[in-house]
Design a binder for this molecule. Structure first.
Ligand code: BTN
Length: 247
């Protein structure tokens, strides 16, 4: 859970309709950005996901892109701030919700995907963290490789901009913790909510598929996979769990 506070340190741009909030945020980082900013949109017509996938923009859901200045070498840790903040937001709104984190980018509720996160590079040291949250509706994903869920389905009735407020508070608290104490406290919190630690998983990469025991994450946020007793460090890939190839 986190303490809610006003988003006064954020520059906030809310647009009626966009192609992609990430595109708007990248543009903004080149033109005006001073400190940290967030772009939101009521409607997103052409949302982008990871690996060239699209993100369906159902009405009432939250589409936001944060712009934060972070040196590129800290990106692997930064994603933990982004995902933990969403997990904490959901727990703040519904303390008994079954929320789990799936390496590297996913937040799951009842084992189903509630959000999508896409990190991209902006101007200078800006990282754009594009986050889509199923607030009112979960897309119908017939034929897709994962199942989805919305906050509304688990009894959280909230408007997209109210969720934005909760999210930015959680994000600010975690970001400050990261600045003050480094990655270790975040790593611990993440591991406490991680799905599949100690279990056999499959990591699907562009060129390879690896199977082993999910043994945690290292001090840079890389996934540790025990393959026949030898620990391999994984920096990218899609994780599949043994019991369910469909997440
Ligand atoms: C994924 O799971 O593939 C990532 C999806 C990211 C979607 C969000 S919605 C807000 C932001 N704008 C975009 O075009 N994409 C991200």
């Amino acid at each position: 859970m986190c303490i809610i506070r006003p988003m006064k340190e954020w520059e906030w741009i809310d647009l009626p309709s966009v192609g992609s909030t990430n595109d708007e945020a990248v543009k903004y980082s080149h033109e005006h950005a001073k400190d940290k900013f967030v772009v939101t949109a009521y409607r997103q017509e052409n949302g982008r996901g990871r690996r060239g996938r699209s993100w369906i923009g159902l009405e009432g859901n939250l589409f936001m892109s944060l712009g934060v200045e972070i040196p590129l070498h800290r990106l692997g840790q930064f994603i933990f701030v982004v995902t933990l903040a969403l997990a904490q937001s959901i727990k703040t709104l519904s303390p008994r919700a079954d929320v789990k984190l799936k390496w590297p980018n996913d937040v799951l509720v009842q084992g189903r995907k509630i959000s999508g996160i896409l990190l991209e590079k902006g101007a200078r040291d800006y990282i754009i963290a594009g986050i889509g949250v199923n607030v009112k509706h979960a897309p119908d994903l017939v034929g897709k490789s994962y199942r989805s869920i919305s906050l509304s389905e688990i009894g959280i009735e909230i408007e997209r901009l109210e969720l934005l407020d909760v999210y930015l508070s959680c994000f600010d608290n975690l970001f400050e913790l990261w600045e003050r104490k480094g990655f270790e406290p975040l790593r611990e919190q993440w591991l406490n909510m991680a799905k599949g630690i100690g279990e056999t998983i499959t990591v699907v990469q562009e060129q390879a598929e690896k199977r082993g025991i999910f043994s945690g994450v290292d001090s840079d946020g890389l996934l540790l996979l025990d393959v026949n007793g030898k620990i391999e460090k994984i920096c990218a890939g899609d994780v599949f769990f043994k019991e369910n190839k469909n997440i």
